[in-house]
Ligand binder design. Sequence first.
Ligand SMILES: *[C@@H]1O[C@H](CO)[C@@H](O)[C@H](O)[C@H]1NC(C)=O
Ligand SMILES: *[C@@H]1O[C@H](CO)[C@@H](O)[C@H](O)[C@H]1NC(C)=O
Ligand SMILES: *[C@@H]1O[C@H](CO)[C@@H](O)[C@H](O)[C@H]1NC(C)=O
Ligand SMILES: *[C@@H]1O[C@H](CO)[C@@H](O)[C@H](O)[C@H]1NC(C)=O
Ligand SMILES: *[C@@H]1O[C@H](CO)[C@@H](O)[C@H](O)[C@H]1NC(C)=O
Ligand SMILES: *[C@@H]1O[C@H](CO)[C@@H](O)[C@H](O)[C@H]1NC(C)=O
Ligand SMILES: *[C@@H]1O[C@H](CO)[C@@H](O)[C@H](O)[C@H]1NC(C)=O
Ligand SMILES: *[C@@H]1O[C@H](CO)[C@@H](O)[C@H](O)[C@H]1NC(C)=O
Ligand SMILES: *[C@@H]1O[C@H](CO)[C@@H](O)[C@H](O)[C@H]1NC(C)=O
Length: 466
Amino acid sequence: MAFLAVYLFYLLAFGSSSSNAAAQINQVGVCYGQLGNNLPAPSQSVQLLQKLNATQVKLYDANPKILNALIGSKLYITVMVPNELIINISSNQTLANQWVQNNVIPYYPRAMIRYILVGNEVLSYYFKPLWFYLVPAVKRIHQSVKTFGLSNVKVGTPLAIDMLESSVLLPSNGTFRSDIAGKVVKPLLQFLNQTNSFFFVDLYPYFEWVSKPNTISLGYALLAAQNKTFKDPVSGLVYNNLLDQMLDSVVFAMKKLGYPSIPLFIAETGWPNGGDIDQIGANIYNAATYNRNVVKKFTAMPSAGTPARRGVNISVNIFALYNENQKPGAGTERHFGLLYPNGTSVYDIDLSGHTPDSTYSPLPQPTNNKPYKGKLWCVVAKGASWNQLGRASNFACGQDNRTCEAIRPGGKCYKPNWLVLHASYAFSAYWAQFRSSGATCFFNGLAVQTTKDPSYLSCQFPSVNL
Ligand SMILES: *[C@@H]1O[C@H](CO)[C@@H](O)[C@H](O)[C@H]1NC(C)=O
Ligand SMILES: *[C@@H]1O[C@H](CO)[C@@H](O)[C@H](O)[C@H]1NC(C)=O
Ligand SMILES: *[C@@H]1O[C@H](CO)[C@@H](O)[C@H](O)[C@H]1NC(C)=O
Ligand SMILES: *[C@@H]1O[C@H](CO)[C@@H](O)[C@H](O)[C@H]1NC(C)=O
Ligand SMILES: *[C@@H]1O[C@H](CO)[C@@H](O)[C@H](O)[C@H]1NC(C)=O
Ligand SMILES: *[C@@H]1O[C@H](CO)[C@@H](O)[C@H](O)[C@H]1NC(C)=O
Ligand SMILES: *[C@@H]1O[C@H](CO)[C@@H](O)[C@H](O)[C@H]1NC(C)=O
Ligand SMILES: *[C@@H]1O[C@H](CO)[C@@H](O)[C@H](O)[C@H]1NC(C)=O
Ligand SMILES: *[C@@H]1O[C@H](CO)[C@@H](O)[C@H](O)[C@H]1NC(C)=O
């Protein structure tokens, strides 16, 4: 409680400069994800953020080494309360206070912590058990922030676009999912309104485009087709990019719940610079184009805002600082970085918005803006550590007892009985069988997609046929 006493004294002595309206300034920053085993140290990472001219940084936790490295940096900082703590914090003010005391107070105000996000995308289906604890936990953390007198720290929670049940292709129809609208989103909006905080959203035009590449033009998703417009038939508003449609869909959804003017904050956006062979549009050219256009849009003075909110400033964080080699899922997940893990840029980008595109080095032309057509296999990656192959193969073969029949004794692919061949067979067979239900060809980096048929003699490897 010593810290608490010091802060109460500070409050009494100097008063709290409570700002009423959320200062809505244009800030462009970067999400500093750490799911890689080859990333630069925090102190070097802070230097790299500054070199990129970021003005803010978002963490997915409150990592002490990173926060220490950020002391004195002038970067606005977002820290995050992990999802795992939400249930306990929701009913325990002592625990909320303890979290703020341990994760914010030691660094504040020398590290410029400005936002505390409670949880990450908690209203997505996957986190259903947490839904009804979210707002109570947000309120507890806000209470702690008040108790400690952190008057310039805003509290909120970032939500993914699956918060909406409507399509972002018709912004005026923006509607929150009915399973969360009344019970969770409305109380959240009421809290954000009362505390002058932001509605934090994670918006990826990339994923919208990937799901409908024949309906949405790529340039429109990349904010690169200023002349291509869509007029919303209900609102009459005219759009020239997909990100604005996503932002306004959220605006209209909030309006429906009675909160038309809560400011938005893009907690995350981005575009992958690479991915797997079966993924489209993930390349350096598109990533550079999208992120540069985002920087241009959100550093413009005066602000463009969105069609529903002309001229309004919006802060944004680009995901992510690095390509992160330990993110699970499809290849794109590991290729959102502005930087490679060795600290060099994947492409030129100046987050201050002061560098004109024409001065950047030329970009490699995209080769995967159209879907790959043909067969694909999933084989052991170069450099995969052999001692992990057995377990991965067992997993691949364990989902269905028919998957790996061919590499059992007597099977067509049993001989030669080599670990790497059998593992490649298991990966290919598993992926071919389960890709349509979401299986990926990754196995923690042990596997990679290939266009080269690994079949031999009478052993045919199952393929994915695109
Ligand atoms: C937008 O943010 C800039 C700082 O980036 C500030 O100077 C300006 O007043 C803000 N505009 C509005 C309308 O809030
Ligand atoms: C939450 O509280 C329960 C009961 O006090 C405890 O057993 C559990 O470990 C706590 N969970 C976390 C993630 O701290
Ligand atoms: C609340 O959290 C504090 C601090 O972690 C813990 O000591 C206490 O047991 C918790 N109270 C309840 C009712 O779980
Ligand atoms: C509007 O969104 C609802 C879902 O909230 C959907 O059922 C309806 O079809 C949409 N209307 C139009 C015109 O797209
Ligand atoms: C948009 O239209 C204007 C006028 O028709 C034209 O000069 C400009 O080159 C077009 N821009 C793009 C990016 O197509
Ligand atoms: C809060 O809600 C009231 C009533 O709708 C509105 O007048 C006010 O502008 C809102 N404030 C914010 C910050 O959204
Ligand atoms: C950094 O990593 C990238 C991607 O692996 C590589 O192309 C580049 O040559 C590396 N640069 C240096 C200086 O090591
Ligand atoms: C950051 O801004 C400075 C000053 O405007 C500029 O010289 C530098 O090139 C910018 N950094 C990047 C990575 O573009
Ligand atoms: C394979 O699995 C099915 C369904 O689980 C089971 O009925 C069958 O006996 C299994 N076959 C072998 C050879 O284990």
